[in-house]
Design a protein around this ligand. Structure first.
Ligand SMILES: Cc1cc2nc3c(=O)[nH]c(=O)nc-3n(C[C@H](O)[C@H](O)[C@H](O)COP(=O)(O)OP(=O)(O)OC[C@H]3O[C@@H](n4cnc5c(N)ncnc54)[C@H](O)[C@@H]3O)c2cc1C
Length: 314
C-alpha cells in the first residue's frame, strides 16, 4: 500500500511513521500509517470509514514485539495520551482503566486506593491493551484473573464489550481468542480485597527489585522470547530458559542480537541489531534446543510486519 485514501480523524495520522522508537527492541521499519486516535469515538468513526482492505494493527508500548525490518503494512494504532491512560476507582473493589495505561500505573493506582490483588501487574512493562492481548501474567496471576470486562472497537468500527454478561472471551496461556484486529480500549478490573496502601506499595517495590536482580530490564529486550513448553501447573514443568541454557545458547550472538547472558530466554539488541538478526538468532536457538532436547520451542514474542521493504510477507 502506498498512499491509502484515509478517512478524516481528530487524532494524528502520520504516514511512513518510524516505529522502532516505540518498541523495547528499538528495531524495525515504519508503519505505512500511524494513527493516534483522540478517543474511542474518533477510533470507531475512523475504522468504520476505513477501506476494509487496509490491515489494522494495534501497538501498545512494544514490549512483546519484534517489528520486522520492512515495517507494518496498513494502519498501526497506538492509544497514546492522558485520556487513554486514565485509571479510576469505579467500585468498592473495582478499577476502570484505559487500554493505554501502563500496567505499572494500574498497580500503583490500586495501591494508592488500598486495593490488593493487582500488584503482579507491576512486573509487566507493557500497557493494559497489550496485557489483554497476551493474557500477560507473573507471580502466579494473569490478566484474566482480575478482568471483569473489556471494551473495544472492531475492525468495522463497532463498539463491543466482552466479559461476564457480554460477548464471551477465552484466555489461555499468553493468548486470548479476541479477533486479531480488535482494538481494546478500556478494562474493568477487580481487586481481591482492601488493604493498607503503604504495605501494597511496599509489595510492589519488592517485586520490582526482585525483577531487576533476575532480568535484563535495562536492556533493549522483549521479555521471554519463547513460551515454556508445558502449560503452567504441569508436574515437573520444563522451562524454556533451562532448555536454552542446556543447549549452550547463553550469550550466543547473530549480528547485533544476543541471547542475554543474564537470563537466557531473553534476547537483547546490543546496539546495532536488526529485526532480522533477532529473528535469525531466535531460530538458531530453536534449532539448537531441538537438536539437544527434541523440544520445539514456540515463539512468545510476536513478530509482526514485512520481512523487507516492499515485500508482502508478514
Ligand atoms: C523486561 C520485560 C519483562 C517482561 N515480563 C513479562 C512477564 O513477566 N509476563 C508477561 O506476561 N509478559 C512479560 N513481558 C512481555 C510484555 O511486557 C507483555 O506481553 C505486555 O503485556 C505487552 O504489552 P505492550 O503494551 O508492550 O504490547 P505490545 O508489545 O505493543 O503488543 C503485544 C501484542 O498486543 C497487541 N496489542 C497491544 N495493544 C493492544 C490493544 N489496545 N488492543 C488490542 N491489541 C493490542 C499487539 O497488537 C500485539 O499483538 C516482559 C517484557 C519485558 C521487556
Amino acid at each position: 500500500m502506498t498512499h491509502p485514501s484515509l478517512p478524516p480523524a481528530r487524532g494524528k495520522l502520520i504516514e511512513n511513521a518510524a516505529l522502532a522508537p516505540y518498541t523495547w527492541f528499538r528495531v524495525g521499519g515504519p508503519a505505512d500509517v500511524l494513527f493516534l486516535p483522540e478517543d474511542e469515538a474518533d477510533l470507531a468513526a475512523f475504522l468504520a470509514a476505513l477501506d476494509p482492505a487496509i490491515p489494522v494493527t494495534a501497538l501498545g508500548v512494544g514490549s512483546n514485539v519484534i517489528v520486522r525490518d520492512g515495517g507494518i503494512p496498513g494502519v498501526v494504532i497506538r492509544l497514546m495520551g492522558r485520556a487513554w491512560g486514565e485509571v479510576m476507582k469505579t467500585g468498592e473493589l473495582e478499577l476502570t482503566a484505559g487500554a493505554g495505561a501502563l500496567d505499572l500505573a494500574v498497580a500503583k493506582a490500586a495501591a494508592k486506593h488500598g486495593l490488593t490483588g493487582l500488584e503482579f501487574l507491576s512486573g509487566i512493562p507493557g500497557s493494559l491493551g497489550g496485557a489483554t492481548r497476551t493474557n500477560a501474567g507473573c507471580y502466579g496471576r494473569e490478566l484474566k484473573d482480575v478482568l471483569v470486562r473489556l471494551e473495544g472497537v472492531t475492525r468495522s468500527g463497532e463498539r463491543r464489550t466482552y466479559g461476564a454478561g457480554y460477548a464471551p472471551v477465552e484466555f489461555t496461556y499468553r493468548h486470548t481468542d479476541l479477533p486479531d484486529d480488535f482494538i481494546v480500549t478500556r478494562l474493568v478490573l477487580a481487586a481481591s480485597g482492601a488493604g493498607d496502601a503503604a504495605e501494597i506499595a511496599g509489595a510492589i517495590d519488592t517485586l520490582q527489585a526482585r525483577r531487576a536482580e533476575t532480568q535484563p530490564i535495562k536492556e533493549k529486550t522483549s521479555g521471554s522470547t519463547f513460551a515454556n513448553p508445558d502449560p503452567p501447573g504441569t508436574p515437573d514443568q520444563r522451562s524454556a530458559w533451562k532448555l536454552i541454557d542446556a543447549a549452550g545458547c547463553r550469550g550466543l550472538k547473530v549480528g547485533g542480537a544476543q541471547v542475554s547472558p543474564m537470563h537466557c530466554n531473553f534476547l537483547i539488541n546490543t546496539g546495532e541489531a536488526t529485526a532480522a538478526d533477532l529473528e535469525a538468532l531466535g531460530e538458531l536457538v530453536r534449532a539448537r534446543v531441538f537438536d539437544a532436547s527434541g523440544v520445539s520451542l514456540r515463539w512468545e514474542v510476536r513478530r509482526i510486519g514485512r520481512l523487507h521493504a516492499g515485500s508482502e510477507s508478514a
